[in-house]
Design a protein around this ligand. Structure first.
Ligand code: SAM
Length: 258
C-alpha cells in the first residue's frame, strides 16, 4: 500500500482526514514511524492500527504533535490579558471562550487563570477541545512538568498550583472552570457564540485549503466583535475577506457586521 492509499484507507476506516495535513511533513513523520515500528510499508501500518484500537490511539498520539506550555508566547498572552480580555469584559457579561486543539490543557488553564484574576468569583464558559482523547485525559488530570510552567510567575505558581515532587498540579478551582471534549477541526461541527477563540500552533500542520476552511468556520463561531487568537508562526492571509480586522500580531477581531 502506498502513502496515498494509506491516507484514503485511514479516512474511510477512521474518518481521519490526513489529506488536509501538509504532505511532506506528514510523510516524513509517518516514514519515521515505520522505521521505529520495524514495519516494511504503509500497508502493514494500516493492518496494525486497524487490528488494535490501542495501536490506533498510539498512532494518533505520534501524529499529533502535542508540544505546549502555559502562557505560550508571553508577549501575546500579555496582549490578551491587558487589551483583549478587558475589552471583551467591558461588555459587562460572562464570556464564552473556546481553546481549540488545546493539547494537555496548558492553554485553556492559562486563560482561566487570567480571568480568575481579572474577574474574581465570576464563572465564565471555557470550552477546550482536541482531536486526541489521550491528550484530553492528561488535560483533565492537569499535572505538568517544570518546563510547561516556566512562564508562570512565582505568584501564580503559588496561588494556582500544588507542587508534588517535580510536578506541578493545577488547582481544582481552575480545573473546574474548563470543559474538555473531543473535537476534530477537520470533520466536526463548529459550536457558535464565542467571544474569544484560541487556535494556536495546529493549523501550521494543515494544507492551505484546510487552513482557509478552518478559519472561515471559526469566523462563523465568533460573535461580532469577538477575537480569534492564533499562533506566532501562523497567518491568516485572507482576513479582510473573512470579515476580520488584524488588531495586533496573532489577534483578529470579527467586524461587527460580518
Ligand atoms: C502543538 S499542539 C498546540 C497546543 C496549544 N494550542 C498551544 O499552542 O500550545 C497541537 C494540537 O493539535 C491537535 N490536533 C491535531 N490535529 C487536530 C485536528 N484535526 N483537530 C483538533 N485538534 C487537532 C493535536 O492533538 C495537538 O494537541
Amino acid at each position: 500500500m502506498d502513502f496515498n492509499e494509506f491516507k484514503n484507507q485511514v479516512h474511510k476506516s477512521f474518518g481521519l482526514d490526513l489529506n488536509s495535513y501538509k504532505e511532506n511533513q506528514l510523510q516524513r513523520r509517518l516514514s519515521n514511524l515505520l522505521v521505529r515500528k520495524k514495519l516494511s510499508d504503509f500497508g502493514q501500518l494500516f493492518t496494525v492500527i486497524s487490528r488494535d484500537r490501542q495501536e490506533y490511539v498510539k498512532f494518533l498520539d505520534y501524529l499529533t504533535i502535542n508540544v505546549t506550555e502555559f502562557f505560550r508566547d508571553v508577549k501575546m498572552f500579555n496582549i490578551l490579558e491587558e487589551r483583549v480580555l478587558p475589552e471583551l469584559l467591558a461588555k459587562g457579561r460572562k464570556l464564552k471562550i473556546w481553546s481549540a486543539a488545546c493539547s494537555i490543557g496548558a492553554e485553556p488553564y492559562s486563560v482561566a487563570i487570567i480571568l480568575d484574576q481579572l474577574t474574581p468569583g465570576v464563572t465564565h464558559h471555557i470550552d477546550a477541545t482536541d482531536l486526541d482523547q489521550t491528550i484530553l485525559q492528561k488535560a483533565k488530570e492537569g499535572i505538568y512538568t517544570a518546563d510547561a510552567v516556566k512562564n508562570v510567575s512565582s505568584e501564580r505558581l503559588k496561588k494556582y498550583f500544588t507542587v508534588r515532587g517535580d510536578k506541578y498540579i493545577i488547582n481544582q478551582q481552575i480545573k473546574d472552570k474548563v470543559d474538555f471534549s473531543q473535537h476534530d477541526l477537520l470533520k466536526d461541527n463548529y459550536p457558535r457564540g464565542y467571544d474569544l477563540i484560541l487556535c494556536r500552533n495546529v493549523t501550521i500542520y494543515f494544507t492551505r485549503e484546510a487552513q482557509e476552511k478552518v478559519n472561515r468556520r471559526f469566523v462563523g463561531s465568533l460573535n461580532p466583535g469577538g477575537y480569534l487568537f492564533i499562533g506566532g508562526s501562523e497567518t491568516i492571509f485572507n482576513y479582510v475577506e473573512l470579515g476580520l480586522n488584524k488588531t495586533s500580531p496573532c489577534f483578529y477581531k470579527k467586524v461587527a457586521h460580518a
